[in-house]
Write a protein of this length. Structure first.
Length: 177
């Protein structure tokens, strides 16, 4: 993560937190998605040879179409004027971390052998919230090689309750490693 992306993300979160923090995040994500799907628009906005007024008009049209909050539109305009639009994805990533920290949210990467039903997801979320003391937002992935059970990563901590890991532990005990 570049220092510039961190500075920009911190500046935006300081302006939007707490009232519009999540709304601003989703607006930045929608812009990143649009620019990924419309590479010509990205090239146009990133081209410093384009007259500033033309880039500003395109940004205004995009901001209006996506329903940007005024401060988010101004922020993106600053990124464009300073030729920092290539940092957008990094800014979004850092912004999300800052927002989550301020809102007391931890993100969990959960891997299971099979899909979890809604009650299992609620139960796992509740357990992780109890362990971490934070609100949990889970991203769930399926990996059939786990055989069964769950692996949850919250930050740098990994909770491995997979059958694969239990079998590895059992094997080690049998062999005496």
């Amino acid at each position: 993560m570049s220092a510039a992306a961190k500075r920009y993300a911190r500046a935006l979160i300081d302006v939007l937190y707490p009232d519009k923090a999540e709304e601003g995040f989703y607006q930045l994500q929608s812009l990143a998605s649009l620019l990924t799907n419309q590479p010509d628009a990205r090239r146009f906005l990133q081209n410093p040879a384009m007259a500033g007024g033309r880039r500003d008009r395109l940004l205004r049209e995009i901001a209006e179409a996506l329903g940007f909050e005024r401060r988010v539109a101004n922020f993106v305009s600053i990124l464009i004027d300073r030729n920092r639009l290539p940092l957008l994805e990094e800014v979004i990533s850092e912004y999300q971390q800052l927002m989550d920290d301020r809102l007391g949210i931890a993100r969990a990467q959960v891997t299971t052998a099979t899909a979890l039903d809604p009650s299992q997801q609620r139960e796992l979320t509740s357990k992780l919230e109890e362990i971490t003391g934070k609100h949990i937002r889970m991203d769930v992935f399926i990996d059939a090689s786990l055989i069964g059970g769950v692996i949850a990563q919250v930050g740098s901590t990994v909770y491995d309750g997979s059958v694969r890991q239990q079998l590895q532990t059992f094997k080690s005990r049998l062999i005496g490693d």
